[in-house]
Design a protein around this ligand. Structure first.
Ligand code: SPD
Length: 287
């Protein structure tokens, strides 16, 4: 999928299918953890950024495109939002956005690589911001797939998967048995959300993920937006629920409470983003 992020005369690139997606900047940290290669960079355009196994994960001045899109359609639409599970999300951005919702009472974040958390806390502190010390937040460094398999039925109101691409430690975050556990551990009226790759640069994975979620949950729809540093820049997040596409109907009070603090997400943006399905993907999802 990609070469490990070579620093090439002041450029840091993700290589994907013969295309380079790069930022001008310098490498601050480049190390191998027990799970993956972790690279932290400082770029001119987007500030400090993180790559895992040579693939862009996030950057200080671009992360809101990704985290607001993943979190708010789910947190604004689940029947209740008292108990939240985030699988992955070691940079803290997803937890931070969840905890902006006053209705959240407890958030478990299960991240497989503790080194990603440590380096994010040190170099990308604005991503997690106050989440690390929020009394509602509990971090477990461990395997999110095993965590979901070990939970009681109906444990969470919202389950969010913030993993990397389906290779290495994140591979199991795209398969049927994992999704079935996510469905099982959702409370009635709950919502599931996952990043579901690019409809252009990861087209097959994207389509397979949406179809599988539709089969497992009964209702699942992708929302399309942009993360300019990712392959193709065009990205998707897919939401699923058992009792109907409730993720398309944000609660007006919850939406109003967070709207002013959002850079990308709004109810208007969200309705357009659910509608912005490319025609050929729509045909493929219908066959
Ligand atoms: N190709 C990149 C997919 C990355 C998804 N996760 C990003 C982590 C941000 N919290």
């Amino acid at each position: 999928m990609t070469e490990p992020s070579p620093a090439d005369e002041g450029w840091i690139d993700e290589h994907h299918q013969g295309v380079r997606y790069g930022l001008a900047g310098q490498v601050l940290v480049d190390e191998q953890s027990a799970f993956q290669r972790i690279t932290v960079i400082d770029s001119e355009r987007y500030g400090k950024g993180l790559l895992l196994d040579g693939c862009w994960m996030t950057a200080e001045r671009q992360e809101r495109h990704y985290h607001e899109s993943l979190v708010h359609p789910a947190l604004c639409s689940a029947e209740a939002i008292e108990r939240i599970l985030v699988i992955g999300g070691g940079d803290g951005g997803t937890a931070r956005e969840c905890l902006r919702h006053a209705g959240v009472r407890h958030l478990d974040m299960v991240e497989i690589d503790g080194r990603v958390v440590e380096l994010s806390q040190k170099h990308l502190a604005s991503l997690g911001a106050g989440c690390w010390n929020d009394p509602r937040f509990r971090l477990t460094v461990g395997d999110g797939i095993a965590w979901a398999a070990g939970c009681d039925d109906a444990s969470y109101d919202v389950v969010i998967v913030d993993g990397s691409d389906p290779a290495g430690p994140a591979e199991g975050l795209f398969n049927r048995s994992f999704f079935e556990h996510c469905r099982r551990i959702l409370r009635p009226g709950g919502v599931f959300a996952t990043q579901s790759e690019s409809p252009e640069a990861f087209r097959e994975v994207h389509i397979a993920t949406v179809l599988l979620l539709q089969e497992v949950f009964g209702h699942a729809d992708p929302l399309y937006g942009w993360v300019p540093m990712y392959p193709s820049g065009w990205w998707s997040w897919t939401f699923a629920a058992i009792d109907g596409p409730r993720y398309k109907k944000p609660d007006p009070q919850r939406a109003a409470a967070i709207a002013a603090g959002c850079e990308i997400w709004s109810t208007r943006w969200q309705s357009g983003a659910f509608e912005a399905m490319p025609a050929s993907i729509e045909r493929e999802l219908q066959t």
